[in-house]
Ligand binder design. Structure first.
Ligand code: PMP
Length: 488
């Protein structure tokens, strides 16, 4: 029977999915043999499938959801906007919610600067440069927010110092998105290797991955073999040397690109305290610009609303996405400074315009959701709850150390990565083909907890309205799943 005459009910959504949909980051040969979970509704931290089964959304719907699904405040905001207008173009037109949102984002991204007191005689070095972010460029998702940052930097640099070719430096294993520019800034061997010929060249430098730090292997212990007191910051030294070498060769780096505080898709690599400050000092010293990819870390995931602010650092470019609309609609923003903005000004025929944009830039529905999200996020209730959640998660995770297959537990605020290894004493990783992470997540799903691994790292990303009980349930289910999926 030709498809057009089929009625909707002839096939269930799982069958249609297998027949027609190509899923992201998914080996479809395996997918088409499985019976996918079909989500039909959500409330708070709970997702419900077509058979009425309930699951805790333990990766916040791929790191996007903040206050839970079907939140009445965000629903109302979207609905109120929906009955006015859903979308009109930002090319040549302004709109209400996008204007309010831009102002709120600038406000949210203001860094509380601590001025040194005149009486302060301590020998502490001054805080690194803290540029003020004054302009917002809207786009659709994390990748486009990073494309905007990289293109703005490129043009700004070319215009202000025409003799120097813009060059970017970024961390090993970093992930900044899947469009070609964002991919070029990234160094994920698994995701980006096959596209190397279409990526432009961006140099890679050692990341502060303490658990697998080559300078930190003296004794493989359950936690870092050396405490940060003993660490000599060799990783920062490497960055310094690389920047200096490039400068000597007269090919200086002009931008440093980083996911501050914790690198997500690299495997939830939480950076040691102070690393960002040290790197920011180098960036200041060598007159580079800092591009902060806060696509995952923004909006309170790691504690502060902007993760960089946790170390008193303000970037020159701040890319925000995922949680911006509370995880409801695709929308993103790149915030930058007046100096960058000004370098694009000129008479029409100077063609200094930033020739970049997307059809849905400044979308009204997304903006309305984002405004409601910001209000919720900045309420004392949410702020308090996030503090509790951070403690509850830390306490619960502590129980996982008893598993010999748990090599490392990394937490930054409401985000955690649990790195599974063959044996904690040796830190030997499971070969990827053994799908250790996937097997554990499958066992978790059977227990009503949904998340996705990054290789051998199990990700837990809390929704800000979760209860202590839900946090405990997630971790207890993970403990059982490790035992089931990775028998000794
Ligand atoms: N940057 C970071 C840090 C991310 O985690 C992601 C997505 N996981 C992206 C960029 C790309 O975002 P998107 O998938 O929305 O394009």
């Amino acid at each position: 029977m030709p498809h057009r005459t089929q009625r909707k009910s002839d096939k269930n959504p799982a069958q249609l999915d297998r027949q027609y949909i190509w899923h992201p980051f998914t080996q479809m040969q395996e997918w088409i043999r499985t019976d996918p979970i079909v989500i039909t509704s959500g409330k708070g931290a709970i997702l419900t499938d077509q058979w009425g089964r309930k699951y805790i959304d333990a990766n916040a719907s791929i790191w996007t959801n903040l206050h839970g699904h079907n939140h009445p405040v965000i629903n109302r905001a979207i609905h109120a906007q929906l009955v006015k207008i859903s979308h009109s173009s930002a090319l040549g037109l302004a709109n209400e919610p996008a204007s309010y949102l831009a102002a709120d984002l600038i406000q949210m991204a203001k860094l509380n600067r601590k001025r040194p007191r005149a009486s302060d005689s301590s020998k502490k070095p001054p805080p690194p440069r803290q540029p003020e972010l004054t302009k917002v460029f809207f786009s659709d998702d994390g990748s486009t927010a990073m494309e905007v940052a990289l293109k703005l930097h490129f043009e700004h640099q070319r215009r202000t110092t025409p003799k120097i070719t813009p060059r970017y430096l970024s961390l090993e294993n970093s992930y900044h998105g899947d469009t070609v520019g964002a991919m070029s800034l990234s160094h994920s061997p698994l995701f980006h290797q096959s596209f190397r010929k279409i990526r432009f060249k961006v140099d890679r430098i050692m990341a502060p991955y303490c658990y697998r730090c080559p300078y930190n292997q003296a004794q493989a212990k359950r936690t870092d073999a050396r405490s940060s007191r003993q660490c000599r910051w060799e990783c920062v030294q490497q960055i310094k040397e690389r920047i200096e070498t490039a400068k000597r060769k007269k090919q200086p780096y002009t931008a440093f690109v980083v996911e501050p505080i914790i690198q997500g898709a690299a495997g939830m690599i939480a950076h040691p305290k102070g690393w960002l400050t040290k790197v920011a000092r180098l960036i200041q010293k060598y007159r580079m610009q800092l591009i902060a990819d806060e696509v995952m870390t923004g909006f309170g995931r790691t504690g502060p609303l902007i993760a960089s602010h946790g170390e008193g650092i303000q970037p020159d470019f701040l890319a925000l996405a995922k949680g911006m609309t509370g995880g409801y609609l695709p929308m993103a923003a790149t915030l930058t400074t007046q100096a960058v903005f000004d370098s694009f000004l000129g008479p029409y025929d100077s063609f200094r315009t930033f020739f970049h944009g997307h059809s849905f830039t400044g979308n009204q529905l997304g903006s309305a959701a984002a405004l409601a999200n910001l209000k919720l996020l900045q309420s004392p209730r949410s702020t308090q709850q996030r503090k509790h959640l951070e403690d509850w998660l830390e306490n619960a995770l502590d129980r996982l150390w008893r598993h010999p297959q748990v090599g490392d537990i990394r937490q930054a605020g409401l985000v955690a990565g649990i790195e599974l290894v063959k044996k904690w004493q040796t830190r030997e990783p499971f070969p990827l083909k053994e799908q250790a992470g996937i097997r554990v997540c499958q066992a978790l799903a059977k227990r009503g907890v949904l998340t996705r691994p990054i290789g051998n790292v199990i990700v837990i990303m809390l929704i800000y309205t979760m209860t202590k009980r839900q946090v405990d349930t997630i971790v207890a289910a993970l403990s059982e799943s490790i035992k089931e999926a990775l028998p000794l």
